[in-house]
Design a protein around this ligand. Sequence first.
Ligand code: SF4
Ligand code: SF4
Length: 144
Amino acid sequence: MSISLGDITNILFKPFYFLLKPRSLMKNSKLKWKCISNCGACCRLAPEERSEALSVLDDDQLKQYLEMVGHDGWCRHYDKQSRTCSIYENRPDFCKVDSTVRLYKIDNNEINNFCISCCKLQIRSIYGGRSLVMKKFLKKIQAN
Ligand code: SF4
Ligand code: SF4
């Protein structure tokens, strides 16, 4: 399995992934994870909603994370109009999927399932399970 990490924005997911049943993980086995444009669901950083993510950061990362949280719970660098990161080229390492899977110590053969499951959770919590963003994501991960 190979995963392109080039277009990822932020993937500090809620690791409820670990609580998912094997059957729900198997549903992802024929899908290929990809980040979609104009989503940004994982750029909502409100600490009270991301305790699992905070728990894997070291002290320096935690400080940087908390400094990024805006008054509305979204990252200060997230442009809500365009749904893009305004510092994409200079975003912190923990905003990159390859760093995040290392933080959560995800096995290589589980990265795809992990990313798909976490994106679904994040998109559902922000936009809803029947949202256009969710439909766009589900369509994208089915594409070859
Ligand atoms: S929730 Fe997933 S699809 Fe949406 S921006 Fe984050 S990584 Fe990309
Ligand atoms: S720095 Fe960019 S990618 Fe990271 S959370 Fe903020 S807006 Fe999202």
